[in-house]
Design a binder for this molecule. Structure first.
Ligand code: DGJ
Length: 766
């Protein structure tokens, strides 16, 4: 509900539903933020005004004589420099090169129409209600300049946006315009999701203090360094209890958010585009619309907040055609072949992938131009006929004849100097005026701010999509930007236009975003691409950190996660296939292996794995996600609902003589009876090494031909476990079967070892 309330105490705006509420009061013409968080009633408005001691000492009063007009002391939903609020400002405007205070004063409000939204920027869909508050400049020089604060109420989140409209006759420059500003009361920690290539989105938590904590990206993209999303948790909040706010931004470029506690105990939260290097012209008649900023709130800890944020992303961000639609089991040739393939090799892989149960075959990098390595070919779209003599159309037809969908990799934003595209159009390269172009992965970026470049990409990509009947696209981008500020900002708008033009008319294509893995994992991209390749790192133990971080902000269906080879290409860690699968289940699941090199036992294991996954994928992809109690050094993820829940228990280093392990499961009906069944996993003989000598009737060398042959073909079972009990017992925890500690193998033993894991299916007994 959105409601204006006028009473002798002032003008209030109540925005709220059962998930959260936001209460504003117009105080001295400014937007005071009385409350943002718990779902309060409109009757609470007045009590929230309070009668606190304001306007003391050296405070500056916005209206002389009114101690309640010290803006520095009030919780605000917007602020500007020069009015007495000295906290970090959400806006900076320049007039003739000088900082100018427009002194925005509330004028009117109204609902927001779809046609008022910028057609290029991504927007969340399906708001319950919207409102815009209009403020007009009281500065004599800037008459006609106005500010719109937009609020859209969704079932589980609130979305904000800021718009500056210059109907004055003065040319202005905007060096900062945040999407949202909010002062919250309470003591908080802030959790950010940081990293770099192959180690993205690790969660880091620090207390919010009087010093400003900034979460910012300046590499041109939302970045693998600092994801735009972050959490504010009230001190003491845990997985299932306490207040947690989740914040995020629908923007794929440089972003900036900051939190800082004020002297009076409010935490100022700013979210928006990074102001670094930004100086945008706002000419008379012009307008500037920020990306949308999201906040979700829960008093049920991180799990409660994730539930709401995931629901918002699944229902209001993901393109309509892919909402809650199960993602196909994907096979991608990249990690198996890199650039070294031809049609025969691809068809051999596709045939095997099909037998394993994969539904979508994706041809990755290397199908065009002279692209046999990452030094050539980017920017060109002519098919490499040496590798694919029947062209993409021929390959696509053969793959589809196998009963699989066909998907294709592109990196349309980049160009290699060794390419036809670059030779013809060196002027298309993105660079800073007068500066040399700097290389990243041997490539340069194309200048997407140029209409002719956008046209080239749209026409080239669209033509291939239609001719080869492509059903999935992996849209890659593999370097940081060479530009900052205005140009980096305009680049992202250019990218959004390109994505609109290619994919709006082709909603049936499943688009997967990718940027060296997770260098652009954000809500802006998710408005076009229902899933994003989370990281080039597919090592499941690293993935536990990466995916765990991502799940704090994004639902499982959005997180591309594949089984790949062990030892792993980047960590050299050897992990069991079962764990590689169990981690990838919690995501948009796929396989990236050279299937021609697998042992028969591995093929069998993959076939069983995919078949089992398909029975449960809906819950894995769309079920309510939670983190749960687990022993030290282990992690427990849950996905599902009261009827069926999948629970993944992941170990890192296994202790010698391990303690008894307990399985506790949340979110079930305490009164119902459930059956718990561990996913059947295979165990490789080779896992026992020299121990085998003690159990075989004749002494055999563990690395000798007999045991190697047995290891290739003979499956053993691991971790069988089943039980029946109530939801209440599962909440409190049930003991799992014994773990290997040197002796005694039987089918119920969980061998596992380092990096072992299990997935349990918990289903109501019928
Ligand atoms: C980087 C991606 O993250 C990989 O998955 C792969 O597509 C390569 N690029 C191809 O060059």
């Amino acid at each position: 509900m959105i409601k204006h309330i006028d009473n002798p105490n002032g003008h209030f705006l109540y925005i709220g539903n059962t998930a959260l509420s936001c209460i504003l009061k117009i105080s001295c013409g400014k937007a005071e933020l009385l409350h943002l968080g718990a779902p309060l009633a409109e009757e609470d408005c007045e009590a929230l005004c309070g009668d606190t001691l304001l306007g003391w000492g050296c405070d500056v009063r916005y209206r002389e004589g009114d101690p309640r007009s010290c803006l520095d002391d009030l919780p605000l939903a917007w602020s500007e420099r020069g009015t007495g609020d000295y906290r970090e400002t959400p806006m900076e405007l320049l007039y003739e090169g000088t900082d100018i205070c427009p002194d925005f004063v509330y004028s009117c409000s109204g609902s927001l129409k779809r046609e008022e939204l910028d057609p290029v920027l991504p927007h969340a869909r399906g708001a319950q209600e919207t409102v815009k508050l209009v403020f007009r400049s009281a500065n004599r020089l800037l008459q006609g300049l106005s500010l719109e604060l937009r609020f859209s109420l969704f079932e589980t989140a609130l979305v904000r946006q800021t718009v500056l409209i210059n109907d004055s006759d003065k040319p202005l420059q905007v060096t900062r315009l945040m999407s949202a500003c909010a002062d919250l009361h309470g003591c908080f920690t802030v959790s950010t999701f940081d990293g770099g290539w192959i180690r993205e989105t690790h969660m880091h938590t620090v207390p919010v203090t009087r010093s400003r904590t900034v979460n910012e990206s300046t590499n041109g993209f939302s970045s693998n360094r600092h994801n735009p999303g972050f959490l504010l948790s009230e001190t003491g909040a845990g997985e299932d209890s306490g207040v947690v706010y989740g914040f995020n931004l629908l923007w794929s470029g440089n972003h900036c958010s900051s939190v800082q506690r004020s002297a009076l105990g409010f935490t100022r939260v700013l979210q928006g585009i990074s102001p670094e290097g930004l100086c945008l012209d706002l000419l008379p008649g012009g307008r500037l619309e920020t990306p949308e900023a999201v906040v979700a709130w829960s008093d049920r800890g991180r799990n409660g907040m994730m539930k709401k944020m995931h629901r918002f992303v699944n229902a209001c961000i993901i393109p309509a055609a892919w909402q809650y639609r199960e993602r196909p089991v994907l096979f991608n040739n990249w990690e198996g072949t890199t650039f070294d393939f031809n049609e025969a090799k691809l068809l051999s892989l596709a045939g095997k992938a099909k037998k394993i149960g994969c539904e979508l075959f994706v041809l990755d990098d290397g199908w065009f131009g002279d692209r046999d390595s990452d030094t050539a070919g980017l920017g060109d779209y002519s098919v490499n006929l040496r590798k694919l003599p029947n062209g993409l159309e021929g390959l696509s037809k053969k793959i589809r004849a196998l009963g699989m969908q066909f998907g294709l990799w592109f990196e349309p934003e980049a160009v290699n100097p060794d390419s036809e595209c670059f030779r013809r159009h060196p002027e298309w390269v993105l660079s800073s005026p007068g500066a040399d172009a700097f290389y990243g992965r041997n490539e340069l970026l194309l200048d997407l701010t140029k209409p002719e470049v956008r046209d080239y990409i749209v026409e080239s990509v669209s033509g291939i999509l239609d001719r080869a009947e492509i059903q999935y696209v992996k849209w890659d981008m593999n370097r940081h930007s060479p530009v900052t500020g205005n140009k980096a900002y305009a680049y992202i708008l250019g990218l959004y236009e390109v994505l609109h033009r290619i994919f709006d008319p082709r909603p049936q294509i499943l688009l997967e975003g990718c940027a060296s893995g997770g260098n652009r994992f954000d809500l802006g991209m998710l408005c076009f691409a229902p899933q994003i390749w989370a990281s080039d790192d597919t090592d499941p133990i690293e993935r536990l950190e990466i995916q765990d971080g991502l799940f704090s902000l994004y639902p499982q269906s959005t997180v591309g996660a594949h089984i790949s080879a062990a030892p792993h290409a980047q960590t050299l860690r050897t992990t069991p296939m079962s764990t590689r699968a169990n981690v990838s289940f919690f995501g948009a699941f796929g396989i990236e292996l050279d299937l021609d090199r697998l042992k028969p036992i591995e093929v069998k294991e993959l076939r069983e794995t995919v078949a089992w996954y398909k029975q449960h994928r809906k819950d894995f992809q769309f079920g309510c996600f939670r983190r749960n109690r687990a022993e030290k050094d282990a992690l427990c993820w849950q996905a599902g609902d009261e009827d069926e829940t999948l629970c993944g228990l992941f170990h890192k280093l296994i202790p010698a003589g391990p303690e008894i392990e307990w399985l506790s499961v949340n979110g079930l009906d305490p009164a119902r009876i459930y059956r718990v069944e561990a996913r059947p996993q295979l165990l490789r003989l080779a896992a026992f090494g020299d121990l085998l000598r003690h159990v075989t009737p004749v002494e055999l060398n563990a690395d000798g031909p007999a045991l190697r042959l047995a290891d290739r073909h003979y499956p053993m079972r691991d971790g069988g476990f089943s039980a029946e009990c109530s939801g209440a017992a599962l909440r409190s925890g049930i003991p799992l079967s014994k773990r290997f500690s040197g002796t005694g193998y039987d089918a119920a033993l969980r061998v596992q070892g380092d990096f072992g894991s299990s997935v349990f299916c918990i289903k109501e007994r019928t």
